[in-house]
Design a protein around this ligand. Structure first.
Ligand code: PMM
Length: 263
């Protein structure tokens, strides 16, 4: 899954693709490099970010999704709002990537039940503005699995069949650096949910901290090599997908991980 943030303020690529043509060009490049999905988002979820108005989010993502879908590219929409999910699927999106797993909008799950699309439920404990205050766990892996299981049950109860579901541990969302590493080490425990898993590590702060030096945190766009290393490990771990800002080097890592696993 290649990331296409149509936002002024995302942490690593904010403002790069706010213009419609620039966004379509970048989405087309991600697909040409081999992304199976291009994930279009119009609201930044970086820690501390405020909400974007619904109309602004629609105006950012719908025209991009329309143009990419018309070009035959499989698109997902990164949104927590049911109105955006509905408009995105009408414009051609095939997956709704909801970082709140249905918690941010009580109408999301019933709306998705009526749409012809897949649904990704990420682990989430609250909006970005103060989510890091909720990063408290006794056993982060057990609690994230338990809370995701609740979201899966809620989705199924709303009418979203299990064959449409993907789950995501939500690295960096109400998680400290240590929580992120614990979740990565404990990924095999997510098998109990019996669903495909997608993981987003790309350029995240915990990599900036791992690679920090005397100049401070490694800047986001200089975290891609570390992201590639994690992608190889995630491929060995057997995840269904990775959400990344670059595509070609990640595909190389997936091929290496696949061969490592199969011999
Ligand atoms: N991370 C971000 C945004 N959307 N969606 C899913 N499913 N998983 C993630 O880990 C995730 C996400 C934040 O990264 P960005 O601001 O670079 O898009």
């Amino acid at each position: 899954m290649g990331v296409l943030n149509v936002t002024p303020d995302s942490f690593s690529d904010g403002g790069d693709f706010l213009d419609l043509d620039a966004a379509v060009v970048h989405g087309t490049e991600l697909a040409a490099e081999g992304a199976d999905l291009v994930d279009v988002g119009g609201e930044s979820t970086r820690p501390g970010a405020g909400r974007v108005h619904l109309d602004a989010e629609l105006a950012r993502v719908v025209p991009v999704i329309e143009r990419l879908s018309r070009a035959g590219i499989a698109v997902s929409v990164d949104t927590t709002r049911h109105e955006v999910a509905q408009a995105a699927v009408a414009a051609g999106a095939v997956l709704v990537n909801d970082v709140s797993g249905g918690l941010a909008d009580s109408q999301m799950l019933p709306a998705v039940a009526d749409l012809d699309c897949a649904y990704l439920a990420m682990h989430w404990r609250g909006h970005s503005v103060d989510m890091q205050t909720r990063a408290t766990y006794d056993d982060v892996v057990a609690e994230v699995i338990e809370e995701l299981a609740e979201r899966v049950d809620a989705a199924v109860a709303a009418g979203v069949t299990r064959d449409r579901l993907v789950i995501d541990p939500g690295l960096g969302f109400a998680k400290t650096v240590d929580h992120n590493w614990a979740l990565l080490r404990g990924l095999d425990r997510f098998d109990v949910l019996g669903l495909p898993v997608l993981v987003g590590t790309s350029r995240k702060r915990f990599l900036g901290e791992l690679l920090a030096d005397a100049d401070g945190l490694r800047p986001p766009k200089e975290r891609d090599d570390a992201t590639v290393a994690l992608t190889a490990l995630l491929a060995v771990a057997g995840v269904w997908g990775v959400r990344t800002h670059t595509v070609r080097p990640q595909l190389d890592a997936i091929k290496v991980g696949g061969m490592w696993q199969r011999g």
